[in-house]
Design a protein around this ligand. Structure first.
Ligand SMILES: [Zn+2]
Length: 517
């Protein structure tokens, strides 16, 4: 059974009387939401799909932890250090395009999800905290702060001490004067609603947690408090949260002992590596590791497919190098077996999940390698490419070619310009010098036939295999050499797109100009 279905089944067994299941995920908008974070959303999404396919209703919530403090300024973000210690929601957009720091990093991800076709209910924690929604949870945590301290310390190696235990409060307090959390709570009122504090800025004051909404619970208390608030039943978490003594384990104990709830079912997911990232990807060049970046190269279905085929615990590579075509090829192969019904149950489910946000009726997987081979020849003109495709028997409409065409074009130009196939401007005289007389004759045979008539793709294929035959027999070495020669004469390198298609597709006069040696 597919992992998402297994989790869904477990959830239903655990909550047999429940109809609406809340699946949650959450990320702090500290910077560009990268493809690793995206796995969090996708893991929750697939489990939700598994539940829906079993007749359950799903509430899919996505929490933006925007009331978290800005901890550090990441490289490439033009922001003054004076904002460190303030909540993301109160920090201005360093790039000046949105209303705040949080919005700047939230919007692209929300747009990418829309493009993929995943909808979720966004919860902005700065709004929730500032609305007073969590006041009850905050007071409760303050009342049980010593128990919380004990739980926290039970996971630490250093010894607890009475003085720290006495002073401990499980929250961050943003100063009412300067907005930073460089504060220290000096007194908690008996009913746990009022906090006296001093700030590094010199301000001292009192916060009434029922009215002044400027405190935030520390992460390991905040998380279970929100599990209770939203009745979360499933939530995935990254490797960093999943270790022994990590957030999920500590928060689970706090959930049970402080908030009186069972923690949600949890699934760890591992990192994702980006292949071909090292040189080409940096935020300054606009090619960061975000889902939007990948959507410019991969169709939504192909992107989902990459995630759905692996267990969440398994790390995998996403390619932006020449393996992009391999990815498309593998997807298409699996898609074909799904369509003609020859695949097994697992592949069927993988494809169902991958295609779950795609309108299958209109989905036509046009061979990405063909696009990569031929689009450059027509200078990435889609109309001409469509005509060229018809010439080689690929009868797709322009609109069917468009989705992959745009992605392959972007990929070639941005990440793999060296893979762009173009005819060389002048005859390859240097290469001709390496050819013997027989080889020159092979090429002459080819150009003679081409001049005689317009060859169909099929005729071209037969011809290319006939020319280097020896006594009517195929010879692999000669065959290979012949292809190498033609590629070198046309492209100046020893490899290229499928030769018979290429020769049929390109302008005949252009080809003859280079081949007539
Ligand atoms: Zn202050």
């Amino acid at each position: 059974m597919h992992w998402a279905d297994e989790v869904a089944q477990t959830l239903i067994e655990k909550h047999p009387d429940t109809q609406v299941f809340t699946c949650a995920c959450g990320i702090s908008p500290s910077g560009v939401v990268h493809i690793g974070n995206f796995r969090e959303i996708i893991t929750a999404y697939f489990v939700g799909k598994g539940l829906k396919d079993r007749g359950k209703d799903v509430r899919f919530i996505y929490s933006w932890d925007s009331f978290d403090r800005l901890r550090k300024i990441a490289k490439g973000i033009p922001l003054d250090e004076k904002y460190i210690g303030m909540p993301y929601s109160d920090v201005p957009d360093p790039f000046g395009t949105e209303n705040s720091y949080e919005e700047h990093f939230e919007k692209p991800l929300m747009k990418a999800l829309e493009e993929i076709g995943i909808s979720c209910e966004f919860i902005f924690q700065s709004k929730e905290y500032k609305s007073g929604r969590y006041t009850k949870g905050i007071i409760e945590s303050l009342q049980k702060r010593k128990e919380i301290y004990d739980i926290m310390m039970s996971f630490k190696t250093q010894d607890a001490n009475d003085e720290d235990r006495e002073k401990y409060v499980p929250l961050e307090l943003y100063c009412q004067k300067c907005g930073h959390d460089f504060t220290e709570v000096t007194k908690v009122s008996n009913d746990c609603t009022k906090l006296d504090y001093v700030c590094k800025c010199g301000h001292s004051g009192q916060v009434d947690v029922t009215k002044d909404h400027c405190v935030k619970l520390v992460w390991k208390v905040d998380w279970p408090m929100r599990w209770r608030e939203e009745k979360v039943m499933f939530e995935p978490g990254g490797r960093d949260h999943s270790s022994q003594g990590g957030s999920y384990q500590v928060s689970s104990v706090i959930a049970r002992q402080i908030f009186g709830i069972e923690p949600p079912t949890y699934r760890m997911y591992d990192f994702i590596n980006l292949k071909g990232q090292t040189k080409k990807i940096s935020s300054s060049s606009g090619t960061d590791m975000s889902p939007s970046t990948l959507l410019k190269v991969y169709e939504p279905a192909v992107m989902l497919w990459m995630f759905t085929r692996f267990l969440p615990e398994k790390s995998f590579d996403i390619a932006l190098d020449s393996d992009v075509l391999k990815m498309y090829h593998e997807f298409d192969r699996m898609y074909a077996s799904y369509k003609d019904g020859t695949c097994d149950e697992m592949v069927k489910r993988i494809m169902e999940l991958a295609l779950s946000t795609t309108n299958e009726k209109d989905f036509v997987p046009v061979d990405a390698s063909l696009i990569a081979s031929f689009a450059p020849i027509v200078n990435f003109d889609l109309d001409m490419l469509t005509d060229l495709f018809h010439k080689i028997g690929q009868n797709f409409t322009k609109e069917q070619i468009r989705p992959r065409f745009e992605r392959i074009k972007h990929w070639l130009e941005t990440y793999c310009p060296e893979e762009i196939v173009r005819l060389i401007p002048e005859k390859n005289d240097d290469f001709v010098k390496t050819m013997n007389d027989e080889e020159k004759l092979w090429v002459k045979k080819l150009t003679d036939e081409m001049e005689k008539k317009d060859l169909s793709a099929e005729e071209m294929q037969t011809l290319l295999y006939d020319i280097p035959k020896i006594n009517g027999e195929q010879d692999k070495t000669r065959q290979k050499r012949f292809f190498e020669i033609v590629y070198n004469l046309l492209l100046g390198k020893s490899k290229g797109p499928r030769l018979y298609l290429f020769l049929t597709a390109i302008d005949k006069q252009d080809a003859l100009k280079l081949l007539k040696i």
